[in-house]
Design a protein around this ligand. Structure first.
Ligand SMILES: [Zn+2]
Length: 166
């Protein structure tokens, strides 16, 4: 029996018991006492069950709060990463590679910085460096070599290997 009908039944038993006492009906009084004992046991069981359900709900709530906190931290972290990536735009290199290139700021960026597009797709910021001795941009996170571009004259000193190749 649920708690509300059970309490109603107890109230009814008490009323019947009061009338039996007033009428000095000892048989009826004994019957009501037995019924009240049974109802008291039922009430105790019901209270224990409700306490167990409450404890389970408290545990579930705590777990849900921990989950929500973890999700919030993930969103904050991803938002920060996406915001970091916001100043880069898709860029096709002259040699057919694809990466992200830093957008020029108000002052103009003389030598753009390049990011790996595959890393950026999963919210990771990986700077692409020219692989020494080649014209490839290299992702250190395992996305390999990306065909780069001819090196501008003002940086040719830094990439001497281009002068021998023509
Ligand atoms: Zn990468």
């Amino acid at each position: 029996m649920e708690i509300v009908p059970l309490l109603a039944a107890v109230t009814q038993s008490i009323d019947i018991g009061k009338r039996a006492l007033a009428a000095r009906d000892s048989a009826k009084v004994a019957e009501v006492q037995a019924r009240l004992n049974t109802q008291a046991i039922e009430l105790t069981e019901k209270i224990i069950q409700l306490q167990q359900e409450k404890a389970a709900l408290v545990d579930a709530k705590r777990a849900a709060e921990a989950d929500a906190m973890a999700h919030k931290e993930t969103v904050t972290e991803l938002t920060k990463r996406m915001s970091d990536l916001g100043s880069y735009e898709p860029f096709h290199t002259p040699l057919g590679g694809f990466c992200l290139a830093q957008q020029p700021d108000a002052g103009g960026t003389p030598a753009p910085v390049y990011l790996c597009a595959n890393c950026a797709a999963r919210g990771q910021k990986t700077f692409l460096q020219f692989q020494e001795g080649t014209q490839f941009l290299n992702c250190t996170e395992g996305h390999g070599r990306i065909p780069g571009m001819a090196v501008p004259d003002n940086r040719r000193m830094q990439f001497e290997f281009f002068s021998s190749g023509g």
